[in-house]
Design a protein around this ligand. Structure first.
Ligand code: G1P
Length: 300
């Protein structure tokens, strides 16, 4: 398999579920404890060996670009005041020039459209897609788990494949996810082959309970199906439909159950839970937080 160097992070969504918090601030900049949601995915990508991040962005998202840039005044103030720990924390969000590329999605036409907007930067090589709403706590970086399995797939020249992070869901929730039509199970790799994939099916139509969450490694041929700009579920251009087309055209596709707990930071409940879970792992605050949370629950 060819090396996966690039990750596409769609960040153009309006974040309407978090209004009014997201009126003047991108939802990706809401914080899970002390860092914005987007930084969790970026760190996961870099820890997994990704070299270039492609943000598919939109109007009102410049705070994301500023976050991953030098903050000259802040840095020099911290330096002159000797606040070196804080300086280090800030400097960790600066990357070498060219590490992040920004592409605009001018219209909100769906996840498939967002990925398609990045096609010229992706080029003709396998790439990752990371949906930053999904924050994963515990285990090795989630994307690196997928990349390890991906490296073990067919090594012959030019071989192509798609590999998708999945989790088992209650069938009643199938309307919120892409769902895989599951083939053969490989218990050693915690993965299975996919015979198809369908976006947001009704529970009675769901081909399995294996749902796509926000981590994918895709063969670039998927972009040719996105070129068709066909609308699917919700009248949007769906990445799921392009992956399904690539499966039907013979690209081997697999789902993998990953270690770690996923939090959907695109929902209020998931976002609050992610904050609690991360805070409980933070040695600086967890000691006093635990009894305080217990007391809150007891009062409830
Ligand atoms: C998107 C994908 C869906 C996937 C989900 C995971 O849907 O289209 O296939 O299961 O992310 O979070 P969205 O949540 O953007 O509607």
């Amino acid at each position: 398999m060819r090396r996966v160097r690039k990750a596409v992070l769609p960040v153009a969504g309006l974040g309407t579920r978090f209004l009014p918090a997201t009126k003047a601030m991108p939802k990706e900049m809401l914080t899970v404890v002390d860092r914005p949601v987007i930084q969790h995915a970026v760190q996961e990508a870099l820890d997994s060996g990704i070299e270039q991040l492609i943000f598919v962005t939109g109007r009102g998202k410049t705070a994301i670009e500023d976050h991953f840039d030098h903050a000259f005044e802040l840095e020099s103030t911290l330096q002159s005041r000797g606040k070196l720990d804080a300086l280090q924390t800030v400097e960790a969000t600066n990357f070498p020039p060219g590490t992040i590329a920004y592409v605009r999605q001018q219209e909100p036409l769906g996840l498939g459209h967002a990925v398609w907007c990045a096609r010229h930067v992706i080029g003709d090589e396998p790439f990752a897609v990371m949906l930053p709403d999904d924050v994963i706590l515990g285990g090795p970086p989630c994307l690196s788990q997928l990349l390890d399995v991906y490296k073990g797939l067919d090594q012959s020249d030019g071989a192509s494949a798609n590999l998708i992070g999945v989790e088992a869901i209650e069938l009643a929730l199938s309307r919120k996810f892409g769902v895989l039509d599951v083939g053969q199970w490989d218990s050693e790799q915690r993965s299975f082959s996919a015979k198809g994939i369908v976006e947001k099916p009704e529970p009675e139509d769901a081909p399995s309970n294996m749902a796509v969450f926000g981590r994918y490694i895709l063969d670039p041929s998927v972009l040719t199906y996105l070129d068709r700009q066909e609308r699917g579920a919700g009248d949007e251009i769906q990445l799921t439909d392009a992956i399904d087309a690539s499966i039907k055209h013979g690209v081997p596709t697999y789902g993998r159950l990953c270690e770690g707990r996923r939090f959907d930071c695109g929902s209020k409940q998931g976002f609050v839970l992610a904050n609690v879970a991360y805070a409980l792992q933070d040695s600086e605050i967890s000691g006093r937080l635990k009894p305080a949370i217990r007391a809150l629950l007891d009062d409830d």
